[in-house]
Write a new protein. Structure first.
Ligand SMILES: [Zn+2]
Ligand SMILES: [Zn+2]
Length: 175
């Protein structure tokens, strides 16, 4: 008897397996039925109790099965392969859509950044325009006030000379 056979039914061990504490492995159904009437491992006769000695094995040995069931295995592995391909395809699709979303949000980000910087430069130019206007207003009033103060302190004849020269300048400018 090979170790890949169930010692109870002599069929090969592929799936739905359970091991006893001693390590011997059988079909879950076979060992369950066996232990209804027996209280020892069918291989080594060590004490075995269904409630405390049976360990279900969640492995599937179908891929390693004998040559006689190879066509069945091929169909199975083809099915598995198809399933893998399908899930692969689905994953790739999800990945693609994630990449697209990422690209879109990057573009949106870029657009928002450009808009923000355009707004910022607009605000900057408004501010500098405003400061130029403020400066001009301040300068012109200060300038005019200074000039008037200066003129007010001049002797009468000097003021007359300045007025005359201003008249000449005005005449030259207006032709
Ligand atoms: Zn069996
Ligand atoms: Zn045993």
């Amino acid at each position: 008897m090979s170790s890949t056979e169930c010692a109870i039914c002599l069929d090969s061990l592929k799936n739905n397996l359970s091991a006893l504490r001693c390590g011997h492995t059988f079909h879950s159904d076979c060992i369950a039925k066996w232990l209804v009437n027996q209280s020892a491992c069918p291989c080594c006769k060590k004490t075995a109790n269904h409630r405390t000695h049976v360990i279900p094995l969640y492995i599937d040995l179908t891929q390693r099965s004998d040559a006689e069931s190879s066509s069945h295995t091929d169909a199975n592995s083809q099915g598995n392969e198809k399933q893998l391909q399908t899930s692969n395809h689905q994953l790739r699709g999800q990945l693609d859509s994630c990449a697209n979303q990422l690209k879109e949000s990057r573009l949106e980000n870029e657009r928002l950044r450009k808009e923000a910087s355009a707004q910022a430069s607009k605000i900057r130019s408004y501010r500098s325009l405003q400061s130029v206007i403020d400066l001009q207003r301040r300068l012109s009033t200060e300038d005019a006030r200074d000039r008037m103060r200066h003129w007010a302190m001049l002797p009468r004849d000097e003021l007359g000379l300045i007025t005359a020269s201003l008249f000449e300048k005005y005449r030259d400018l207006t032709g």
